[in-house]
Design a protein around this ligand. Structure first.
Ligand code: PEP
Ligand code: MN
Length: 339
């Protein structure tokens, strides 16, 4: 942290700030200029609020230099994290991994057909919500345990890995036998109790960016999971809320290279929620891969017009197959293969 004193600061005020920094465990390096004194505080403390220093008498400004997160930072594992799954699929390596399927599990026929279609096109994971966080309490809330059982059944039949959303702590234990990866939804990105419990689980987790979360907040939330000992975490950009109303969300493609630089964790793009408009999902998927995404989470439905949730952003199976073909052409241009 750098604390710049006011030109009018007295020696007593400067000593007051130095004393507080030292008490907190910092080593203080003082530069006394002809007009202004600058204090550089270096050392251990990870948790402090630099804004508190701006309230001290004689202080002009205080800036934080180090990141407030530790385990998720790129420096902790410069080579990057590769999350390995049972069937040999790896997320975070050179190959871009595609997770696809409907927003929600609706029936055996629907999820089995979805699985076969996304598998044929080249997806490695089947996605599908059994517990659904809906904006309205009157909307379809998901099939629950029956949905999880169907996911596992069709996952085993098609050889696809299963990813599904966990909404609350009580569901973690219940879901363990049925899913290969927990999805933590945008609305739960700051449910810190849930994040802590997923940190105790020995199962990978994909954590989505909250609709109004800064990149730093995303990384701090991921830190909750890693600090529990679960290092198999993937981040996912899924669009944020802005003043734009034409699209459902504004897909922040820029967050992908930024998170890749700041963190060693794999970063995925969710172009479906990112833009929310079916015929523009492919463009956002390609943009995500071009920007360095390690994977994609895409909504595909055998009959989107009849979907119980998110039909308007779900791809028709043919659209998804075409997108996968396009990604196989695009990948090599940006140094990636498609798993
Ligand atoms: C979903 O993936 O269907 C979902 C609910 O996503 P999000 O949490 O990003 O809204
Ligand atoms: Mn959805």
């Amino acid at each position: 942290m750098i604390v710049a004193m006011q030109e009018s600061a007295t020696e007593e005020q400067i000593q007051g700030v130095i004393g507080k920094l030292v008490d907190m465990g910092f080593n203080v390096h003082r530069t006394t200029g002809s007009h202004q004194t600058i204090l550089a505080a270096v050392g251990k403390p990870i948790s402090f609020d630099h804004k508190e220093f701006e309230l001290l008498p004689g202080v002009a400004t205080a800036h934080r230099i180090s990141s407030p997160y530790k385990l998720v930072s790129r420096g902790f594992r410069p080579e990057g994290t590769v999350v390995k799954f049972a069937n040999g699929v790896e997320v975070g390596g050179n190959a871009v991994v595609v997770m696809a399927g409907p927003c929600s599990v609706e029936s055996r026929e629907q999820i089995l057909l979805s699985a076969r279609q996304v598998k044929a096109a080249g997806a490695k994971f089947l996605r599908g919500g059994a517990f659904k966080p809906r904006s309205s309490p009157y909307s379809f809330q998901g099939m629950g345990l029956d949905g999880l059982k169907l996911l596992r059944e069709v996952g085993d039949e098609t050889g696809l890995l299963i990813i599904s959303e966990v909404m609350e702590i009580a569901q973690i234990e219940l879901m363990l036998p049925y899913v290969d990866c927990f999805q933590i939804g945008a609305r739960n990105m700051q449910n810190f109790n849930l994040l802590r419990e997923v940190g105790q689980a020995r199962k990978p987790a994909l954590m989505k960016r909250g609709i109004a979360a800064t990149i730093e907040e995303v990384l701090l939330s991921a830190e909750y999971i890693l600090s529990g000992g679960n290092y198999d975490v993937m981040l996912c950009e899924r669009g944020i809320r802005t003043f734009e109303t034409y699209t459902r969300n504004t897909m922040d493609i820029s967050a992908i290279p930024v998170m890749k630089q700041l963190s060693h964790l794999p970063v995925l793009g969710d172009p479906s929620h990112g833009i929310g408009i079916r015929d523009k999902v492919a463009a956002m998927a390609k943009a995500s891969v071009a920007a360095g995404a390690d994977g994609l989470l895409i909504e595909v439905h055998p009959n989107p017009d009849k979907a119980f949730s998110d039909g308007a952003q779900s791809l028709y199976p043919e659209q998804f197959a075409k997108l996968m073909d396009d990604l196989r052409v695009l990948g090599p241009a940006v140094g990636r293969t498609i798993a």
